[in-house]
Design a protein around this ligand. Structure first.
Ligand SMILES: [Zn+2]
Length: 119
């Protein structure tokens, strides 16, 4: 028995795409406040989407926009893997951290924005 998802489950997950602001909520919920870059130790991050990559725009400008989707496809031995991830990159050294989209999307489904009470 394995936990490797069937192809069908991956495709189902792709249909639900988290918005950038949902991804940010996920990151805040799952990672520590001082989450540091494993390469350089900085703790300033940008969302790896079009808005995040445009350095002349104020940060946060793209929060309601497109999801930070990065598609990947690669082979591990004889297994073909394809899917989508969401990415953030270190503002200091550019190191990119990928997060599997299906995990974020499932979390967003269980934690919709409307039910979050900020105090
Ligand atoms: Zn870095």
């Amino acid at each position: 028995m394995t936990d490797i998802p069937e192809d069908a489950q991956i495709e189902e997950a792709e249909e639900i795409v988290a918005k950038t602001k949902d991804f940010v909520r996920f990151l805040i919920a799952k990672r520590s406040d001082d989450y540091k870059c494993s390469q350089c130790g900085a703790n300033t991050w940008s969302i790896h989407n079009e808005s995040g990559l445009a350095l002349d725009k104020p940060s946060g400008d793209g929060l309601n926009g497109e999801s930070p989707v990065i598609e990947f496809e690669h082979d591990i031995r004889n297994y073909e893997l394809a899917g989508i991830t969401y990415g953030i990159h270190c503002s200091n050294c550019g190191f990119i951290v990928f997060t599997l989209a299906s995990i974020v999307n499932n979390w967003v489904k269980e934690n919709p924005a409307d039910e979050v009470h900020e105090e």
